[in-house]
Each structure stands twice: as C-alpha cells, then as structure tokens.
Design a protein around this ligand. Structure first.
Ligand code: SF4
Length: 321
C-alpha cells in the first residue's frame, strides 16, 4: 500500500521585481502528491520554474501562497528549530556539484558536515559513516582525505550524493543532477541514484530539462511550462500518448536510434519561452502552440483529469475540455 510522503497544494511563488514594478510568476498554483518510494520527474525548459519549485517545496525559499506537507506535517506551521530538525528528512543534490562543495574542505569533512550540524555521532563514528557513504556511492575510502578539485565531474556528483544521503533522508530533491556531465557518465550517476533508491527506500523529486533523462528513472512525470504543470501522469502513459501540445513537442525532440520507438515527426517549438514577468493571457503556451484555437488567447485552461483507462492523467489544455 502506498503512503503519501509529500503533498503540495496550490503552491505559488512570485518574486517581486526591483522598484515594485510587477513580479515574476515563477511557480503558479502547483498541486501534486508524492508517495513513499516514488520518483517524480519535473521537466521543462530552462526558466519554466522547476528549480524554484524544488526550493519552495523544501522551504529553502518561502512560497507566496499554498501549502506543503511532508509526512502530513505542514512545514509552514513549524518553528525554525523544528523546521531545522525536520530538514534531516529531505535533502538536495545540485546541478553544479563543484560549486556546492567547499573547495577548501577535505571530502571527509564535507560529507560529515550535516552529521556535525545535527549533532550525530562522535569523531570516530562519523569517520566510519563517511567511509560507508563513500563506498555506497562507489568511491574509495581515501577520497575522504582529498579535495574537490582532485575529482572529475561525475565523482564530484557522487560526493554530493553521499552528503545528501548522510542523514538518511526520506526525500532527495535532485536539481538537474546529471545535466553538466558527459552522456556516458550521466547513465552511471542515474544508475547510482536508482540503486540508492532501492537500497535506502528513498523518494526522489528529479528536476530536468531533458525528458529522455527522466524516462528511465521516474514513476510519475510532471511537465512544467511558465510556472504551471501542464501535464502529469505515469511515465509509461506519458511516453505512449502525450496529450499536451508542449509535451508532444518535447517528446518529438528526443533522438530515438531504434526505428520502432521513433514517434511522430519532430515538432519545432517557435520562439523562446515568454518572459515570466508578463506571462501570456489565456493559455500560457498559446504563443508557441501549433494547435492554437481562438479561445486559447483569452481563456485560461483548467487542469483536467482525463478518463484515461483508469490512469491518473492531468492535462491543462482546451483540446480536452
Ligand atoms: Fe495549445 Fe490551446 Fe491547448 Fe494551449 S489550450 S496548449 S494554445 S491548444
């Protein structure tokens, strides 16, 4: 039986512009649930709000409105002390592992830091824990005595992952964890994340601009466009029959060497993602949509739950009203 780990309800984050002239609509009315042991992929172009969503969910930045529950606990109701203690349960892995590791610290200290902050163990047990964590992420024990610049990009990401799991969290939010790595290294790091999920009963929120990357790791996929979730369902359903024109365009751009898996012809999105300071009226995707209808320019589509052979399938598009 699945149990809910995280629930987001109508989460919104607007950043005020300097001088009080308007605001950036980074995340708009996002709702979803994440079950224990589940991996949710959040996909969209750069600037769609997915990284802001990750930080808001972990309350690294405050939402403008909306509610976030982890294990049924409303994070906004916690005192700063209780929130700090709760943070043990959810950790982040960042895209730029090098920037997220203190270059002056040895790897052993970097990985042990969360244990020290949360006052877990003594020097000896922390050293043992660091050795175990290094082994779990596929690095030699002597890595503990070296510095970040002595490692490759993939190894640094392994160190970032070791630090993220040091407190035995329930949830890891990985923000573009492989996008800075070579393709051959990407799959090794993805395999490591999958192994750790199975070993430690972790749940992931996996942020990526690349649908092909989330295809093999995620149970559920949410597609974001200009701060909104425009489609969400399980990975199999999404890849078999994407409904939203934006998802269809992202999907058509995935290179498929296997001719049997080649989908519809490539749909080239026109123009850039619009400025989130001033998102388009009506459907936010209408300026780039090849299926646009007259009402798309003025009427905002609601999020619809499709009757899809018993599958949970949300889509925000007038084609399905
Ligand atoms: Fe395209 Fe209209 Fe659907 Fe928006 S609502 S995705 S513009 S068809």
């Amino acid at each position: 039986m699945s149990t809910e780990l995280l629930k987001a309800r109508h989460v919104t984050k607007y950043f005020p512009l300097k001088g009080g002239q308007g605001e950036v609509h980074a995340v708009d009315d996002v709702s979803f649930s994440l079950q224990k042991g589940e991996t949710l992929g959040v996909v969209g172009e750069s600037g769609c709000g997915k990284s802001t969503l990750a930080r808001v969910l972990l309350r690294l930045i405050e939402p403008t409105s909306g509610e976030i529950y982890i294990d049924g606990v409303d994070l906004s109701k916690l005192t700063p002390r209780k929130l700090r203690a709760k943070r043990r349960e959810f950790q982040m892995v960042f895209q730029d592992a090098y920037a997220s590791l203190d270059s002056r610290q040895k790897i052993g200290n970097i990985i042990a830091e969360p244990l020290i902050v949360h006052r877990i163990g003594d020097r000896r047990t922390r050293r043992q824990r660091v050795a175990k964590l290094l082994d779990m992420v596929g690095l030699e024990a002597d890595a503990a005595t070296r510095y970040p610049h002595e490692f490759s990009g993939g190894q640094r990401q392994r160190i970032g992952i070791a630090r993220a799991i040091s407190l035995e969290p329930k949830l890891v939010v990985a923000d573009e964890p492989v996008s800075a790595l070579d393709v051959s290294i990407q799959s090794q790091v993805l395999n490591l994340l999958v192994d750790l999920r199975n070993q430690l009963d972790l749940s992931y929120i996996f942020i990526s601009h690349d649908l092909a990357v989330v295809e093999h790791i995620c149970d559920t996929i949410a597609v974001m466009y200009l701060g909104e979730i425009v489609e969400m369902t399980d990975g199999e359903t999404l890849f078999a029959a994407p409904k939203h024109p934006y998802t269809q365009a992202l999907m058509s751009a995935i290179p498929r060497p296997d001719p049997k898996r080649r989908g519809s012809p490539r749909i080239v999105l026109q123009g850039d993602i619009p400025n989130p300071e001033n998102p388009p009226q009506g459907c936010r995707f209408h300026t780039r949509c090849s299926d646009i209808m007259t009402r798309c320019k003025t009427q905002k589509p609601e999020q619809l739950l499709l009757e899809d052979a018993g599958k949970y399938h949300l889509v925000r598009c007038h084609l399905y009203d």
